[in-house]
Design a binder for this molecule. Sequence first.
Ligand SMILES: Nc1ncnc2c1ncn2[C@@H]1O[C@H](COP(=O)(O)OP(=O)(O)OP(=O)(O)O)[C@@H](O)[C@H]1O
Ligand SMILES: [Mg+2]
Length: 146
Amino acid sequence: MEYKLIDVVSNSSSETKKIGFNFAQLLNKNDYVAINGDLGSGKTVLLSGIVDYFITDAIVTSPTYSILNYYSNDKNTIYHIDAYRLSSYEDLLSCGVSDCDEGIFLIEWAENISDFFLKKNYYEIDLSYVSKNKRKIVIKKIKNEQ
Ligand SMILES: Nc1ncnc2c1ncn2[C@@H]1O[C@H](COP(=O)(O)OP(=O)(O)OP(=O)(O)O)[C@@H](O)[C@H]1O
Ligand SMILES: [Mg+2]
């Protein structure tokens, strides 16, 4: 089952960040957020808004080379995975994801590891380029578990 939660056009990167911040209020520990969209569509910008809701002043950078990054304080841990260079669940496991403690998982290029999401409930965010400063953003909740 899919439930569409948000379908908007953002007019700036700060608006995209704010959309991420507001969406973050729905999230709980052990939730997964699959973030898809072309290069430069704003995945990291939106993700930085989500992180900002939980961890003020975190510096969010794209972990393209490290694949797995995390931000934490005494209440929350947010994992940031960039699956750009991955192609399966198995690849993800080899990055040490099964050693992660409880937290919220934000995954850029999630479509590259779609087998990871097959039996999960998760949120899916799709960003697409409209024009230089505009991005279409669709957020859905996907339920695969009974
Ligand atoms: N409405 C908008 N929302 C988000 N980003 C925007 C918007 N308008 C312009 N931008 C610009 O687009 C770029 C988005 O970069 P970002 O790193 O978030 O993309 P990405 O999808 O994470 O790319 P990658 O696939 O390389 O990880 C930034 O330079 C940002 O300033
Ligand atoms: Mg990015």
